[in-house]
Ligand binder design. Structure first.
Ligand code: PLP
Length: 405
């Protein structure tokens, strides 16, 4: 019988956050085994709901959202995004430089498809949010992973970045605040990256979807604000800050000196038109979301759910013998290190599978974030305090006797 295989374009694309551990959890769930899912940054199932104002505004405007919009998005949303860029010091962003998308995810795909020819290189952090690597590879690009250094608060290794650059390198991806490490980059680190991009004529792709989820009174600096002379592509959206991941509301905006990117922008306009437009109801809430009081702020303060949950996970992990973790500054992820010698670990995926089988808790191994050693995993700190405490107790108990064969 004729067999339909996946396209060979997908042969080299890895997207392990949907890999064997997640598949096994789905199989177990289908057998009515209750699995605690600490694998995905989806706030709503953990009781983080969208602000009421957003829901009401979307309901009110739904009738007007029946048709396609301008392919880049409705004017009010793009104007609000433009003003947001002004407040963050992201330079030279006009309404025309903004594209709304079905989440940041669609924009990442579009940005990579529009830029990369076979063999073009792009710098992406390791560990990364793996969609970047998958989209760049699918677009035909070659990903060079630059190392982020745990001992240095997971900041990017500037020397490593510099070492990886060739004449085919077109851009550098900066995920700040970072998923999976949860850290926020300070100005000097960002300036170091800008300096490299400037010297090597690289486009900066700044994924800043967690910029409104920063703890401890720290301040997020948009990297584009440090380099008005460079061409940057900035990504942001409402999935996390407004707990509406399911609405698919994100955007991409072009900043700085666009004179070097006329052809690329033409390509982006074409790709934007080819998908007609982003989900219109989700565009209609962008103006409401970005203006006024940000409801997420109180979740980030001591006593707020996100803050307290970060504390619980960070403290619990660091109490487990053989586990250590850097304290996250932002978002709701933590990327702990595990002492591979102590537990004889050579396969992080196997460890997560064994943990899933024994304790019914799902987490993603470092491999899923393009981390090359088997010594990390990511925990999502979205569940409530009791659930997280229980999950960390289970991890401690599991590791008490765990040895990989
Ligand atoms: N970028 C980062 C760093 C993320 O962590 C995520 C989601 O987890 C996304 C982009 C995609 O977000 P969305 O497509 O929901 O806007």
């Amino acid at each position: 019988m004729k067999q339909f295989n996946k396209s060979s374009k997908l042969d080299h694309v890895s997207y392990d956050v949907r890999g064997p551990v997640v598949e096994e959890a789905a199989r177990m769930s289908a057998q009515n085994i209750r699995i605690l899912k600490l694998n995905i940054g989806n706030p709503a199932p953990f009781g983080f709901h969208a602000p009421q104002e957003i829901i009401e505004d979307m309901q009110r405007m739904l009738r007007d959202a029946e048709g396609y919009s301008d392919s880049k998005g409705i004017f009010s949303a793009r104007k609000a995004i433009m003003q947001y860029c002004q407040l963050k010091g992201i330079p030279d962003v006009s309404v025309d430089d903004i594209y709304t998308g079905n989440g940041v995810s669609e924009m990442i795909s579009m940005a990579m498809q529009g830029l990369l020819d076979a063999g073009d290189e792009i710098l992406i952090p390791s560990p990364d949010y793996p969609l970047w690597t998958a989209c760049a590879t699918l677009a035909g690009g070659v990903v060079r992973h630059y190392r982020c250094v745990e001992e240095n608060h997971w900041y990017p290794d500037l020397e490593d970045i510099e070492r990886l650059i060739t004449e085919r390198t077109k851009g550098i991806v900066v995920i700040n605040p970072n998923n999976p490490t949860g850290v926020l980059y300070p100005e000097d680190v960002l300036k170091g990256i800008v300096d490299i991009a400037r010297r090597h004529h690289l486009i900066i792709f700044a994924d800043e979807i967690y910029d409104r989820l920063v703890y401890d009174g720290k301040k997020h600096i948009a990297i584009a604000s440090l380099c008005p002379d460079l061409f940057c592509v900035n990504f942001n959206g409402l999935s996390k800050s407004h707990r509406v991941a399911g609405f698919r509301s994100g955007w991409m905006c072009l900043s700085g000196d666009k004179s070097c990117a006329k052809g690329y922008i033409e390509g982006l306009n074409m790709l934007s038109a080819m998908r007609l437009c982003a989900n219109v109801p989700a565009q209609m809430i962008i103006q409401t979301a970005l203006g006024g009081i940000q409801s997420v702020d109180k979740l980030l303060l001591p006593g707020g759910r996100l803050y307290e949950q970060r504390e619980i996970v960070y403290n619990a992990l660091n109490r487990i013998p053989g586990v250590s973790a850097v304290r996250p500054d932002a978002a709701f992820y933590i990327f702990p290190k595990i002492d591979v010698e102590r537990f004889g670990i050579h396969d992080d995926e196997q460890m997560m599978l064994d943990f899933l089988h024994q304790k019914h808790v799902l987490m993603i191994p470092g491999k899923g974030f393009n981390w090359p050693q088997p010594d990390h995993f990511r925990v999502v700190s979205l569940p409530d305090k009791d659930t997280l405490t229980d999950a960390m107790d289970k991890l401690e108990d599991f590791l008490r006797t765990y040895r990989q064969s």
